[in-house]
Write a protein that binds this ligand. Structure first.
Ligand code: ADP
Length: 512
C-alpha cells in the first residue's frame, strides 16, 4: 500500500515537490528557486531547461528526505504557474525561446491588434477572458512572429506549446522518447484558445493568433491518469493550474465558496458550480476544476498581478529589506500609512481594471512619510486590491462574501491579515496547511487512483488554523478605501508611444 502522493508545484518563483500523507499533511519536501529574467522593461522570462532540471532535483530531494521509494507513492499531481508559455521543439526537446511569464507585457501591441474595432472583449463570450497581455495565446504568437525559423518549424509540426504543467509532464513521461503532450481544462482556460462550453480548442481564435493546431496539447480533465513517470513508474494523475489547485485544496467544492491566494500576485476564485457566469465587473470566467468524466465546475476569478512580488521588489530592487518577513517588522513600527499609498501597477493593472498602460506609483508623499509608512503602504496595497476584487465578486454574484479563506506565502504576515480583515469587514481564515496549491494537485491525483475516495476526504482533512476578525471603525475603513481608489487613478494612461524607448533607439544607445 502506498503511503503518499507526490505533488509538483511549478510556481512563478520556485519549484517545489511535496510528499503528502493520506491526512493531507506534509511528509517531506524539496524546493528550488529559479532565475527571474528581465531582459527589458515589462519583459519577464524563465529558462524552461532550468525549470525542468529543478523539477527533477526537488523530486529527488522530497523522496530522499522522506526516505520513500517509488512504490510508496500512489500518484503524482502537477500544479503550475498559469499562462506562462513554453514553445519547444519535439525533435530536440529544447525550448525555442525562454518561457514568457504571465506578468510579461510585451504582447500589448499584439492584443490591441487582435481586438481591432471590437476591442478587448472580442473573444470573451467564447473563452471568458478579455484580451490582455496576461494570457498565453498572444505570447505564443509573439514567439512564432519573433524567433527565427519558429513559424516554419511550427507549421511543419515540429513545435509544441504548453504552459509549464505540459512542459513538466512531457519531460516526466519521456520527452523526445514518447513524452505525453497534455494539459488540463484549467490551464487550457487561461490561453484564450479554449471554448469554455465545449472544453475544446477554438480553431477560429487559434487561426486569428496564427497558432497551428498541431502545437496545442490535448485537453484532459484535472483528475485522471495521463501517463507514467519514466523514472519512477508512478502514474501522473492530476493537473490543476495553481489557483484552481488552491481552490481544490481549500475544499471550495460548493457553489458560492471562495478562496484568496497571496503569492507573487493575488488570485481570488469563487466557485459558480456548473454555471458559466459572465462578469460585468472586471473578473474572469474560468474553469474551476473537472474530475474525470464528471461535469466541469466553473469559477469567477479576480486576478491581481502584483502583491508578494512588490515585497520582492522592495527586497531586490530597492534593498529596503533583506528578506520578505522583514517587511512586517518595518510596517509594525507605525500605526498607519502616514497618508502614503503604493500602487504596484508594474504589469499594468489586472482585475478589476484591465489597464495595460498603467504603471506603478507611490502617491501621497510628504516630508512626514518614512520607510515604515512605505513598508506599511506596500502591505496595505495587497489588502486594498483584494477589497476591490471582493467588491466585484459581490456585484457579479449578487451574494456578499461571508468570510475569506486565504493561503499562499504572504499569509504568514499577520499584520497584513489583520489589515485585510479590517478593510474587508469580514473574517479572514487561514487553514492549518497553508500549502493548499500543492495539496490541491495531490488530491486531484490521489482521487484519480483511489488513494482518496473523493471530495469528502478533502473536506474532512481541512482544518482551520487561524482567524482574524475586523476591528476597524466603518468610517475609517471607507476613508482609507476611498483614498486607495483615488491613488489607483493616478497610475492610469502612463504608457504612451513615447514612454518607453523603442527597440531602435535602445539599440542606438547600446552602440554609442
Ligand atoms: P508563488 O507560489 O507565487 O511563487 P508563494 O505562495 O510561495 O508564491 O509566496 C511567495 C511570495 O510571498 C513572495 O512574493 C514573497 O515576497 C511573499 N512573502 C513571503 N513571506 C512574506 C511575509 N512574511 N510578508 C510579506 N510577503 C511575504
Amino acid at each position: 500500500m502506498a503511503d503518499y502522493v507526490l505533488s509538483i508545484d511549478q510556481g512563478t518563483t520556485s519549484t517545489r515537490a511535496i510528499l503528502f500523507t493520506k491526512q493531507g499533511t506534509i511528509h517531506s519536501q524539496g524546493q528550488l528557486e529559479h532565475e527571474q529574467i528581465f531582459p527589458r522593461a515589462g519583459w519577464v522570462e524563465h529558462d524552461p531547461a532550468e525549470i525542468w532540471n529543478n523539477t527533477r532535483e526537488v523530486i529527488g530531494t522530497a523522496i530522499g528526505k522522506g526516505n520513500a521509494s517509488p512504490s510508496d507513492i500512489a500518484a503524482i499531481g502537477i500544479t503550475n504557474q498559469r499562462e506562462t508559455a513554453v514553445v519547444w521543439d519535439k525533435t530536440t526537446g529544447k525550448a525555442v525561446y525562454n518561457a514568457i511569464v504571465w506578468q510579461d507585457t510585451r504582447t500589448d501591441k499584439i492584443v490591441a491588434q487582435l481586438g481591432g474595432d471590437e476591442g478587448p472583449e472580442k473573444y470573451k463570450s467564447v473563452c471568458g477572458l478579455p484580451l490582455a497581455t496576461y494570457f498565453a495565446g498572444p505570447k505564443v504568437k509573439w514567439i512564432l512572429d519573433n524567433v527565427d525559423g519558429a513559424r516554419e518549424k511550427a507549421e511543419a509540426g515540429d513545435l509544441l506549446f504548453g504552459t509549464t504543467d505540459s512542459w513538466v509532464l512531457w519531460n516526466l513521461t519521456g520527452g523526445v522518447d514518447g513524452g505525453v503532450h497534455v494539459t488540463d481544462v484549467t490551464n487550457a482556460s487561461r490561453t484564450m484558445l479554449m471554448d469554455l462550453q465545449t472544453l475544446s480548442w477554438d480553431e477560429g481564435i487559434a487561426a486569428d493568433m496564427g497558432i497551428p493546431m498541431s502545437m496545442l496539447p490535448e485537453i484532459k480533465s484535472c483528475s485522471e491518469v495521463y501517463g507514467h513517470s519514466t523514472k519512477l513508474g508512478t502514474p501522473i494523475a492530476g493537473i490543476l493550474g495553481d489557483q484552481q489547485a488552491a481552490t481544490f485544496g481549500q475544499a471550495c467544492f460548493e457553489k458560492g465558496m471562495s478562496k484568496n491566494t497571496y503569492g507573487t500576485g493575488n488570485f481570488m476564485l469563487l466557485n459558480t458550480g456548473t454555471e458559466i457566469v459572465p462578469s460585468e465587473n472586471g473578473l474572469l470566467t474560468t474553469v474551476c476544476y473537472k474530475i474525470g468524466d464528471q461535469e466541469a465546475i466553473y469559477a469567477l476569478e479576480g486576478s491581481i498581478a502584483v502583491t508578494g512580488s512588490l515585497v520582492q521588489w522592495l527586497r531586490d530592487n530597492i534593498g529596503m529589506i533583506s528578506d520578505a518577513p522583514q517587511i512586517e517588522d518595518l510596517a509594525k513600527k507605525v500605526d498607519d500609512n502616514g497618508g502614503c499609498y503604493v500602487v504596484p501597477a508594474f504589469s499594468g493593472l489586472f482585475a478589476p481594471y484591465w489597464k495595460d498602460d498603467a504603471r506603478g506609483a507611490i502617491v501621497g508623499l510628504t516630508r512626514f512619510v518614512n520607510k515604515h509608512h512605505i513598508a506599511r503602504a506596500a502591505l496595505e496595497s495587497t489588502a486594498f486590491q483584494t477589497r476591490e476584487v471582493a467588491d466585484a465578486m459581490n456585484a457579479d454574484s449578487g451574494v456578499d462574501l461571508a468570510e475569506l479563506h486565504v493561503d499562499g506565502g504572504m499569509v504568514a504576515n499577520e499584520t497584513l491579515m489583520q489589515f485585510q480583515a479590517d478593510i474587508l469587514g469580514v473574517d479572514v481564515v487561514r487553514p492549518e496547511v497553508a500549502e493548499t496549491t500543492a495539496l490541491g494537485a495531490a488530491y486531484a491525483a490521489g482521487i484519480a487512483v483511489g488513494f482518496w475516495d473523493g471530495e469528502q476526504d478533502v473536506i474532512d482533512n481541512w482544518n482551520e488554523g487561524k482567524r482574524w476578525s475586523p476591528s476597524m471603525r466603518d468610517g475609517e475603513r471607507e476613508r482609507l478605501y476611498r483614498n486607495w481608489k483615488k491613488a489607483v487613478t493616478k497610475t492610469f494612461d502612463w504608457v504612451d508611444d513615447d514612454t518607453e524607448a523603442d527597440e531602435e533607439s535602445a539599440q542606438d544607445g547600446a552602440d554609442d
